[in-house]
Design a binder for this molecule. Structure first.
Ligand code: 5GP
Ligand code: MG
Length: 187
């Protein structure tokens, strides 16, 4: 049984999406990728955007049955519970994307500032094609023109943690997703 609430630093979060539902969404995204990349002429790159995407990337990649490379890089835009709008490249790309098809693996797309910046970086480094695959999307907040090629699940615009996502570095290890609960007492 999953805990109904977790407390991270000074805030409480209540259970929102159970892991079984996340796994179903990942099965569906994996099936789409397996279909789309079955006959790819060269192995694509899965780009794990650290740190939030590690759990999604590992769950997704073990379901993929075509040859692929895995690269990572670290970006940061969030401070506490909101986006600063300023994207920092905290750790550069771990390998070359020159001439390759890159599938960006994101935990969540919110304002889309990160994705816009990332697509620019990848094109600059010579990627032949860039696709976006995100576990979660907040459609009420996302208004950029870049197409979301693969989406696990759409969620309302609330701050969530778990399944790789953090609140000031805590909460990433929980397999379910939790949403901020301002009414729950924090001892
Ligand atoms: P964006 O640039 O699209 O506004 O935000 C992208 C990044 O901010 C995500 O990759 C994620 O790391 C972080 N982020 C966005 N929404 C949330 C959220 O609800 N919870 C957490 N923990 N991080 C988020
Ligand atoms: Mg992220």
């Amino acid at each position: 049984m999953s805990t109904k609430h977790i407390v991270l630093h000074d805030k409480a979060f209540r259970l929102m999406i159970e892991n079984s539902r996340l796994e179903e969404a990942i099965d569906s995204v994996a099936a789409q990728l397996n279909r789309d990349f079955a006959d790819a002429p060269t192995p694509p790159v899965l780009l794990c955007v650290l740190t939030g995407s590690i759990m999604f990337t590992s769950e997704l990649m073990k379901r993929l049955d075509f040859n692929l490379e895995v690269l990572s890089m670290k970006l940061s835009s969030y401070q506490g519970t909101s986006s600063t709008g300023e994207i920092k490249e905290v750790m550069g790309l771990t390998g070359s994307v020159e001439g390759k098809t890159v599938i960006i693996i994101e935990d969540i797309v919110d304002t889309g500032n990160t994705i816009v910046e990332l697509v620019d970086i990848l094109k600059e480094r010579g990627a032949a094609d860039v696709k976006v695959c995100t576990m979660l999307l907040k459609p009420e907040v996302y208004h950029k023109s870049i197409k979301m090629d693969y989406v696990g699940m759409e969620i309302p615009p609330a701050f969530i943690v778990g399944f790789g996502l953090d609140y000031n570095e805590l909460g990433r290890n929980y397999p379910d997703i939790y949403v901020l609960d301002p009414d729950y007492p924090v001892k």
